[in-house]
Design a protein around this ligand. Structure first.
Ligand code: 13P
Ligand code: SF4
Length: 336
């Protein structure tokens, strides 16, 4: 029988988005999470933007493509997703028979929110001869309206794989879209969405920082604005950025993406220096407020009580799976 306290707390998840139960402060959450993983045959997948403690206890840390590929292949009974909602939802779309948990259901994404499905449907209807390529940072409803899903690590190859005379809508990120137009020469129709974290960088402060650190490489995620990308020595997905810092001889890097990735960069290259690119005001705005809703405490509670869980309508799940499958097929073909 479920504890009445827990049963009531679960009812409140709909409002709070997470289990609000006090945890014994003497508990070693790292070993508790390890114990729960084994007992429940659960895999813990984490994005690079999660807080360092969560990254350190994860079974796999990756970018959006790596996480989707790992979720597709796992034999675990439970997928615990330390990331944001669209990532956990993608894992559920690929694994209808597994339980997919997200420590805080409020962990959304400003980019995904910038494309409401009803407005996007009207936009799509205005371009009937176009196919839709959507960035994985979108809702299942947008995925269901799309032909192919991409991530920042396979977008260029996938856009290039589309026959040259085929017209394309790209959604929802206008910055990644503009970057792809430049790289591939394809004249795509862009949806006007953006990520709040990657639009916050200050061109002026980055320029000054580059002058103060003349030997530093400036690296940026393609969700950044074009003016910022123009300054970059390397542009890539979070995994791409991490690999670049490992393989490049430089000892200093200015990093224009969410600060969570610096934890893995520093771990992989302890003797190198990583400087977060400065935002255009004095707050820590290049921390993603959605990603950072997940905490070690919420992670422990969600594993212990197996909630909050991602639940999906089956019709929507099937419709949104098709363009994800296409992405995974094309990625496998190119060895991505
Ligand atoms: P990637 O990890 O795929 O580069 O995506 C970055 C991001 O913004 C995820 O929300
Ligand atoms: Fe969304 Fe941007 Fe946060 Fe990534 S960093 S989850 S794109 S708001």
């Amino acid at each position: 029988m479920e504890d009445i306290h827990v049963a009531n707390a679960k009812k409140n998840i709909a409002k709070a988005g997470f289990l609000d139960i006090e945890i014994d402060p003497t508990l070693d959450l790292f070993s508790e999470i390890e114990r729960l993983k084994k007992e429940k045959n659960a895999i813990l997948l984490a994005h690079y933007y999660q807080e360092p403690d969560i990254q350190d206890v994860a079974d796999y840390i990756g970018d959006s493509l790596g996480l989707a590929q790992k979720a597709e292949k796992t034999n675990a009974d439970i997928i615990v997703f330390a990331g944001v909602h669209f990532m956990a939802e993608t894992a559920k779309i690929l694994n209808p028979n597994k339980k997919v948990l997200l420590p805080d259901l409020n962990a959304g994404c400003s980019l995904a929110d910038s494309a409401p499905a009803d407005l996007f449907k009207k936009f799509k209807d205005q371009h009937p001869d176009h196919i839709v390529i959507s960035y994985i940072n979108c809702s299942a409803e947008i995925k269901a309206l799309s032909d192919i899903i991409v991530t920042s690590s396979n977008a260029e190859k996938i856009v290039e794989s589309v026959p040259p005379n085929q017209k394309i809508i790209f959604a929802p990120d206008k910055n990644l879209g503009a970057y792809l137009v430049k790289k591939t020469g394809r004249d795509m129709v862009l949806w006007n969405g953006a990520c709040m974290v990657h639009e916050i960088f200050s061109l002026e402060k980055i320029t000054k920082l580059k002058i103060r650190h003349p030997n530093a490489k400036f690296i940026a995620h393609p969700e950044c604005e074009e003016a910022v990308l123009r300054l970059a020595d390397y542009i890539g997905s979070t995994t791409g950025l991490l690999k670049y810092t490992q393989q490049n001889d430089a000892t200093e890097f200015i990093v224009a993406t969410e600060t969570g990735i610096l934890h893995q960069m520093q771990k992989a290259s302890p003797n190198k220096t990583f400087i977060p690119a400065p935002p255009n005001n004095s707050c820590a705005c290049n921390d993603c407020p959605h990603m950072k809703l997940n905490t070690l405490e919420k992670l422990y509670l969600c594993m212990e009580y197996e909630t909050p869980e991602i639940i999906m309508d089956e019709e929507l799940r099937k419709a949104s799976k098709k363009p994800i499958d296409r992405m995974l097929e094309i990625s496998a073909k190119y060895g991505l």
